[in-house]
Ligand binder design. Structure first.
Ligand SMILES: [Zn+2]
Length: 437
């Protein structure tokens, strides 16, 4: 086996997802501050292209059905396109090599040999404009601003109907404790709310989601041509809290049902031709720390979980409503993970609170056979099991996997609403355990 030189790897890392997808023959369409394209996962059957490349970061993600797994840089994209997945041990090397050959980058090995396709022009990395990363305002500032902002936001009947309806079955008390609110429907309404925040002295600069736009025909150099507003459209906001009960971010339930169902209330500065905005900050993707709503109702910002709640076992789950509904139905602490790539970020929280028992819930068939591919969720499932094993071996945490028969409910929230319980597997022994919280 010949090893690639660091120079080749560094050069391949300069290739953007956009350039690679273009060379691989993908159709790229501009959609706001993203490029929209087909999913690189050959097993993902799409009606419409579900994958987006974020222009500011250059990273991509498939949002189909909540995301089928592909997400990251050009190496990840290439691997999904050619090898139906990405496992760094197996796929990094062959993807780097493949991209180099495809893009006209000399493939240089550590033993000094060079492979070069003379028929191709040599790759020249494009100078991509550097977008400065603006840090978000502190958690305390975000908490104060978001709380007042949510107070000022409306609750529309159609959203209340959804929250109270048979699918979610929230009570009015739960809705209040969680802090669900509708997104203002008109520009005027949104403007009025933002102006109120400003006049009341709340900081909105660098609070993710708030941003300054340039007036039509305005001059970017004239301060008075800029005005504050909110970024993002959709149905309603779902607050995301840290372990001190502070509302640090908001999730947006969008108007889409298939792709990008949930996005962050986020406002990284953009300067792309006619799309220009400033003053905001990127949301990032923090973990949502959720307690049963009765406890959340009295959770004062700045108080850590252990001061108001006796922690026994923590549940790790992906998805906003799933987190809130499960925390209440099971009366337990829940760490809501925004996406499959963020599982490891729970580790510091588990350590901080000395949590020794963890359950990981994931929408996969309880009678899943490891040898049979389950299609799009295979990668995610592997990541989950790996996280579980890591928790056991490195942290000595008792870790269970919760799964269930999809006939009993699609997500854990549906399962619990249908008054069913998951099938529990001890990830250390692989034995079935009785369900317990
Ligand atoms: Zn996909």
């Amino acid at each position: 086996m010949k090893y690639l030189s660091q120079e080749t790897i560094d050069m391949v890392k300069k290739v953007s997802v956009y350039e690679l997808a273009d060379v691989l023959g993908y159709d790229l369409r501009r959609s706001g501050n993203h490029w929209n394209l087909r999913c690189p996962n050959p097993n993902h059957q799409e009606k419409t292209p579900d994958t987006y490349i974020k222009i500011s970061t250059g990273y991509y993600k498939c949002y189909g059905g909540g995301g089928c797994g592909p997400e990251g840089d050009a190496i990840n994209f290439y691997s999904w396109h050619h090898f139906e997945g990405y496992d760094s041990k197996k796929d990094f090397y062959r993807s780097v090599e493949g991209i180099a050959k495809l893009m006209g980058i000399p493939v240089q090995y550590r033993d000094g040999t060079i492979l070069m396709d003379e028929s191709r022009p040599t790759y020249v990395p494009r100078d991509r404009p550097k977008v400065p990363v603006i840090p978000a305002a502190s958690a305390d500032v975000c908490d104060r601003t978001y709380r007042r902002f949510l107070d000022l936001c409306p609750v529309f009947d159609e959203h209340l109907d959804e929250w109270l309806g048979s699918k979610r079955q929230y009570t009015r008390e739960q809705i209040g404790a969680i802090g669900l609110r509708s997104i203002p429907k008109t520009l005027d309404h949104a403007k009025k709310i933002v102006d109120t925040l400003i006049s009341e002295g709340y900081q909105i600069e660098r609070v993710p989601g708030f941003t300054q736009f340039l007036r039509n025909g305005g001059n970017p150099n004239r301060e008075e041509d800029w005005f504050w507003l909110i970024a993002g459209k959709g149905k309603y906001y779902i607050p995301v809290r840290d372990d001190l009960g502070r509302i640090i971010r908001l999730r947006i339930r969008t108007n889409y049902d298939n792709k990008k169902k949930y996005v962050w209330f986020s406002s990284a500065p953009v300067n792309e031709g006619d799309f220009i905005r400033r003053g905001g900050a990127e949301s990032g993707a923090p973990i949502n720390v959720v307690l049963p709503s009765k406890v959340m109702a009295i959770w004062e910002p700045g108080t850590d979980i252990s001061a108001i709640y006796k922690i026994q076992k923590a549940l790790i789950i992906e998805g906003e409503h799933k987190s809130y509904i499960s925390a209440d139905r099971l009366n337990m602490l829940v760490f809501g993970i925004p996406g499959v790539g963020n599982f490891r970020e729970v580790l510091p929280l588990l350590k901080k609170y000395g949590i020794k028992e963890v359950a990981i819930a994931y929408d996969i068939d309880a009678f899943h056979d490891e040898k049979k591919p389950t299609g799009k969720n295979e990668q995610v499932f592997k990541q989950l099991v790996n996280l579980g094993k890591q928790l056991i071996s490195e942290e000595g945490i008792h870790t269970e996997l919760w799964a269930w028969n999809p006939k009993d409910g699609k997500g854990l929230d549906d399962l619990l609403i249908n008054l069913k319980f998951p099938v529990v597997t001890d990830l250390r022994t692989n034995e079935r355990l009785p369900f317990a919280i």
